[in-house]
Design a protein around this ligand. Structure first.
Ligand code: PLP
Length: 375
C-alpha cells in the first residue's frame, strides 16, 4: 500500500503502540486513586504532559488534554467568548477553517453571535491585515487556523497576534494548529488558545490538547465534572492515549529537522513529477511541506480517488471530513467549476519515499489517459 494521506491521519509507529499497550496492560491505575498505582500514574501523566508541552514549546501547566482536536476547537472558542462576554459578541474567522471551528461558529450564530467569515484569494491566502481590518471594538474572538488541512496554506497567526494588541487588546486569539503540531512555538506564535491533536503526528486518535496562555483568565470548562486537568477538563484521564501522544511527540521532536527537510524535498519532488502530467494544476504550491493540493480539471476527484484506491494508493478528495460532499475550502477559492471538481490532496509523512510519489504520479497520469473526463 502507498499511503499519501498523512493530513487525514498518520501511521502509528510501533514504539507508540508498545507504550500504549504497556499502559493498558500494566499501568491501568486511575491517576486520582490514592494508593501507589494511582499516585504513580499521576506522576506519569505529569511527565507525559511535560513531553507534549515541549512539542508546543509551552509551559506544561498551561496545557490540558482533550479527547481530540475538535474538542479543543470548541472549548477554546466557547471559553474565549465567555471571558469576553461583557465586551462583545462578534467573532472573526475564515471561510476555510476546519468544520470543528465552522460548525461551532454556526451554532453560536443561532445563539445570537455575529460571525465574520473571511474569504481567501484564489491561491488560498489570507493576510494579517485582512483579519485585523475585520476586528471591531465588540470582537470577542479571532479564530484563524495555522495550517489549512486541505490545501496546506499557512496563515499569519503571529502577525495577527502582534496586530491585535493595537487593534483591540481585549480580543482573544485562537488558532487551530492541528496540522502544524511540532512546527511552531506557542511562546512566539502569540495565540492565546491553541488546539492540537495527536493522530496527525503518529499518536493515537481520540487525544488532543488545548494550550491556554496567560491572557486566558479562569479557563471555563467545556466539560464540568470530577475536576481532572486542574479542574478545567473533567473525565478520567485517557492514560494510554496520553502516553501514546507523548511518545509520538517525543519521536517527532527527536527527528524534527531531518523530517522537515525530508518533507520539503518530497514535496518538491512531487511538484516536479506531477508537473509532467498534462493539464494538472497546482492549487497551492507553497505552504506546509506535508500537504499538496492539485487538480485534474474535468476528472472528478472522487473518481480519481477511487481509481487510485483500487491500486492501493491512498490519497484524498479534499478533506476526509467531508465524505464526498463538496468541500467548503475549495468552494471558498472560487476556482472554475472543472478545476474545483478535480481537486485532490496528497499529504506526506516522514516515511514517504520518492518511489511512493513515482507510483502515485504514474497512476494519476494513467487515470487521465484512460478515463474520459466527465465534466
Ligand atoms: N482541525 C484540523 C485542521 C484538522 O485537520 C482536523 C482533523 O482532520 C481537526 C481539526 C479535528 O481533529 P480531530 O480529528 O482530532 O478531532
Amino acid at each position: 500500500m502507498i499511503y499519501l494521506d498523512h493530513a487525514a491521519t498518520a501511521p502509528l509507529p510501533h514504539a507508540v503502540a508498545e507504550e500504549m499497550y504497556m499502559v493498558l496492560r500494566e499501568q491501568y491505575g486511575n491517576p486520582s486513586s490514592q494508593y501507589r498505582m494511582g499516585l504513580e500514574m499521576k506522576h506519569r501523566v505529569a511527565s507525559w504532559r511535560q513531553t507534549a508541552a515541549s512539542a508546543l514549546d509551552c509551559p506544561a501547566d498551561r496545557l490540558f488534554f482533550t479527547s481530540c482536536g475538535t474538542e479543543g476547537d470548541n472549548w477554546a472558542i466557547r471559553a474565549a467568548l465567555w471571558q469576553n462576554r461583557h465586551s462583545g459578541r462578534h467573532i472573526v474567522t475564515t471561510a476555510v477553517e476546519h468544520s470543528a471551528v465552522l460548525e461551532c461558529c454556526k451554532w453560536l450564530e443561532r445563539d445570537g453571535y455575529e460571525v465574520s467569515y473571511l474569504t481567501p484569494d484564489q491561491q488560498g491566502n489570507i493576510t494579517a491585515a485582512q483579519v485585523l481590518e475585520a476586528v471591531r471594538p465588540d470582537t470577542a474572538l479571532v479564530t484563524v487556523m495555522l495550517v489549512n488541512n486541505e490545501i496546506g496554506a499557512v496563515y499569519p497567526v503571529e502577525g495577527i497576534a502582534q496586530g491585535l494588541v493595537a487593534r483591540n487588546p481585549k480580543t482573544l486569539l485562537h488558532t487551530d494548529a492541528v496540522q502544524g503540531l511540532t512546527t511552531f512555538s506557542a511562546r512566539t506564535l502569540g495565540a492565546d488558545l491553541i488546539s492540537v491533536s495527536a493522530h496527525k503526528i503518529g499518536g493515537p486518535k481520540g487525544i488532543g490538547a488545548l494550550y491556554a496562555g496567560p491572557r486566558v483568565k479562569n479557563l471555563r470548562p467545556l466539560l464540568p465534572g470530577g475536576g481532572q486537568e486542574s479542574g478545567v477538563r473533567s473525565g478520567t484521564e485517557a492514560t494510554a492515549q496520553i502516553a501514546g501522544f507523548a511518545k509520538a511527540a517525543e519521536l517527532r521532536m527527536a527527528n524534527l529537522e531531518k523530517d522537515q527537510a525530508h518533507l520539503r524535498a518530497i514535496k518538491d519532488y512531487a511538484i516536479q513529477r506531477l508537473s509532467e502530467i498534462p493539464d494538472l494544476q497546482f492549487i497551492h504550491r507553497d505552504g506546509a511541506p506535508h500537504i499538496l493540493a492539485v487538480s485534474l480539471p474535468g476528472w472528478p476527484s472522487q473518481n480519481t480517488v477511487n481509481d487510485l484506491s483500487a491500486q492501493d494508493i491512498c490519497i484524498s478528495a479534499g478533506s476526509a471530513c467531508h465524505q464526498g460532499k463538496p468541500s467548503h475550502v475549495i468552494a471558498a477559492l472560487k476556482l472554475p467549476k472543472r478545476t474545483a471538481a478535480g481537486v485532490i490532496r496528497l499529504s506526506f509523512g516522514p516515511e514517504t519515499s520518492e518511489a511512493d510519489i513515482d507510483a502515485c504520479a504514474a497512476a494519476l497520469r494513467k487515470h487521465r489517459e484512460t478515463r474520459l473526463p466527465m465534466l
